[in-house]
Design a protein around this ligand. Structure first.
Ligand code: IVH
Length: 677
């Protein structure tokens, strides 16, 4: 593949980019790869190498930029060449007939050809290509001015950075939708749950949040997809003359285009299309919330024109959200690990979007009060794009006489202590650290597999220990005695021994797991690792100022504040003291100095800018593997890691014959540190 010799590095780079673009299309758009992942990686590797040697060759539309290019202060405004209009909605057959009649009237009584497409539930986007190269990408914004999101959009693998062939006009602007597949969405939320981060309500919010990121390396990790459905500008020859031709041209140029569209005429064929997709959409890998109907001929579209808000030549038919009625049997209050009180409506089981639902959260007290849900009420429960079913409204005509408005308790239903509403928060919170609901949740979290890994202690056993008063909190775990445990119903000697040996082992779990296990707000598994790697020791972390915490890469002000306030709370101070006395290790073994880790004894030098991480992060990663980072290159240097615009260190490395890793090599090495050479 690379045996051919090229007249110039620029030509080789251009060739590689086109090849990579072609293989991306085959893989992500056509689902028909021609080469193995290994061969693809080789192409990328060669391109990265060329760009490292000739930094002037790095261009914004190079596939090496797909990993994201770092953080920006704000998303720059982009004024749209033509406004991004929204669509008028139709909810039933009557609306559709009326629209079709209007179109016919405006076209002088002629029956138009209609194209039906799925309405993709994502975020609209406009892309500008000059001479076949992606130059700009923007969100809709207010329709006139959007947000420039080029670095983010470049990370979406199915969006071509370079168009497929010479048929591309000199200037092309295309529009479409960025979305997240159902699977990518579920995976993302599962990870966020593990990390203790807030969940996205639905794939659309997740897609929008990911595209509008200030840090494109985050977008790069989000598995976004896209479908393009319109040409907004085609400045050049052979412009498509119908919507159907547009979709064909987009496909031909290498864009991902949703395959499910049909040319129809007459209301009957339109209704049949809707009928088919009302059910079939549930089997699609992505969410659709309706069908968009468009007049096929561009000449007709122009003749029909637009109102201030909508084109007259198109309309969106919205599928009704799936709704069911049920009767509220109770309104329960749940107390979470952080003490937040959440009202939950319990109702008679109903079938909704393929699952049986019997409860729905009411988010918070305000939501409950606004909807005025009462026990005995018949309510409409809806499952739209959101994961969690919602109570949307109360059927007031069916309210039984004497149903009383629900009042949030002024005391915690679990412990009886007064609840508080913290300034700036909607949520009511129980702040009693020994509230049994919180204690149970807190212990459950502490012993979980990703925290201290005391796996034999499941929820049921925790409740049993709390009820038997053998346990009052986390620290009590380390005071449990075999005789007491063995005497409990359904325990026995064996289980007691097993639990105790896991508890004993947990003392050596290390700082990262301990930090995660403590359940500090906003400190998920990943953040716990970052903090442990940075501070090595719980006391060091506890005595760090908020300012210094914010300076740690990845730590925002909210996290810093939460960490600070945790270590100042008397309850936490006491807990940490008890854990220390029980012999729980509160420091990370300093792997680099003790000589452990696969990279121990190796010294690295960083030069230039890495796209995927800061220098600090790179240093932490190397140190975590036992390596050292030094500032100057010598014969003893194990490897020089060269980002973009490397300095004289790169030359020095070459002179001394020290191995050079580009960013890709470094990324590979981190993935498989044992094998890295
Ligand atoms: S055509 C001039 N086609 O739905 C109007 N829009 O509710 C151009 N959408 O803003 C839009 N799938 O973000 C069109 N196949 C499709 C679509 C689609 C999703 C979105 C788009 C639009 C919104 C209107």
């Amino acid at each position: 593949m690379s045996s051919r010799s090229w007249p110039s590095p620029a030509e080789e780079a251009e060739h590689l980019r086109r090849e990579i673009a072609r293989h991306n299309r085959l893989y992500y758009v056509e689902d028909h790869p021609e080469i193995t992942d290994f061969e693809y990686d080789q192409l990328m590797r060669r391109l990265r190498q060329l760009e490292a040697q000739h930094p002037e060759l790095v261009s914004a539309d190079s596939p090496t930029q797909r990993l994201g290019t770092g953080r920006v202060e704000k998303l720059p405004p982009v004024i749209h060449s033509r406004p991004l209009l929204s669509l008028d909605n139709a909810y039933d057959e009557g609306d559709l007939r009326a629209w079709l009649q209007r179109v016919r009237d405006l076209l002088g009584g002629r029956e138009p050809q209609i194209v039906a497409e799925l309405k993709i539930d994502g975020l609209s986007i406009t892309l500008i290509y000059e001479e076949g190269h992606l130059k700009e990408a923007a969100t809709r914004g207010d329709g006139t001015t959007g947000e420039g999101v080029l670095p983010n959009v470049q990370t979406i693998r199915s969006i071509p950075l370079v168009l497929r062939d010479s048929l591309a006009p000199p200037l092309l602007e295309v529009r479409g939708e960025v979305f997240m597949s159902k699977k990518a969405f579920n995976d993302l939320n599962a990870t966020r749950e593990r990390e203790g981060e807030p969940l996205f309500a639905n794939p659309r919010n997740a897609a929008a949040g990911s595209v509008r990121q200030l840090d494109s390396t985050i977008t790069a990790r989000r598995k976004l997809s896209a479908f393009l459905y319109a040409v907004a500008r085609w400045e050049g020859e052979n412009a498509p003359a119908t919507q159907t031709e547009q979709l064909g041209a987009l496909t031909h140029l290498g864009f991902p285009v949703c395959a499910h569209h049909s040319r129809l005429d007459g209301i009957d064929s339109i209704l049949a299309f809707l009928e088919t997709w009302r059910e079939k959409r549930k089997d699609l890998p992505f969410e659709t919330d309706g069908v968009v109907l468009k007049v096929d001929s561009m000449a007709d579209q122009e003749r029909l024109g637009s109102t201030a808000k909508f084109p007259r030549w198109a309309i969106a038919y919205k599928f009704p959200p799936e709704e069911a009625l049920s009767r509220v049997t109770a309104i329960a209050i749940q107390v979470g690990r952080t003490g937040v009180l959440t009202p939950v409506a319990e109702f008679e089981p109903v079938n909704l979007a393929g699952t049986t639902v019997r409860r729905a959260t009411l988010h918070n007290y305000e939501d409950l009060a606004r909807k005025d849900v009462r026990v005995g009420d018949t309510v409409a429960v809806e499952k739209g794009g959101d994961v969690i079913p919602k109570v949307t409204r109360v059927i007031l005509e069916r309210r039984p006489a004497g149903a009383a408005p629900f009042e949030m308790p002024s005391v915690c239903p679990e412990c009886g202590e007064a609840v508080v509403r913290e300034p700036g928060e909607v949520a009511l919170r129980c702040v009693n650290p020994s509230c049994p609901a919180q204690v149970q949740e807190a212990i459950g979290h502490f012993v979980s597999r990703r925290a201290m890994d005391i796996e034999s202690l499941g929820d049921e056993r925790i409740v049993q220990l709390l009820e038997a008063r053998l346990l009052g909190g986390i620290a009590g775990l380390y005071e449990l005695r075999k005789e007491d445990l063995a005497a409990l119903p359904r325990w026995g000697e064996k289980s007691a021994e097993k639990v105790l040996s896991e508890i004993e082992k947990s003392k050596e779990a290390g700082l990262a797991r301990l930090l995660f296990g403590l359940g500090i707000r906003h400190v998920g598994e990943k953040m716990a690792k970052i903090l442990a790697e940075r501070f090595h020791d719980l006391d060091a972390l506890a005595s760090t100022s908020e300012e210094d915490l914010v300076a740690v890469p990845g730590v925002g002000p909210e996290i810093a504040r939460s960490v600070q306030s945790y270590f100042r709370t008397p309850g936490s101070i006491a807990l940490i003291d008890q854990l220390r006395r029980a012999g729980v290790r509160m420091s990370e073994k300093a792997r680099s100095s003790s000589g452990g880790g696969p990279w121990s004894g190796r010294s690295f030098v960083l030069t230039g800018t890495l796209a995927a991480m800061s220098r600090d992060e790179a240093t932490l990663k190397i140190e975590a593997l036992g390596g050292k980072v030094s500032s100057s290159v010598s014969k003893k240097t194990y490897a020089v890691i060269a980002g973009s615009e490397p300095g004289g260190k790169l030359e020095k490395a070459r002179d001394l014959g020290v191995r050079v890793w580009d960013e890709g090599d470094f990324a590979n090495a981190l993935e498989d540190p044992e094998a890295a050479r």
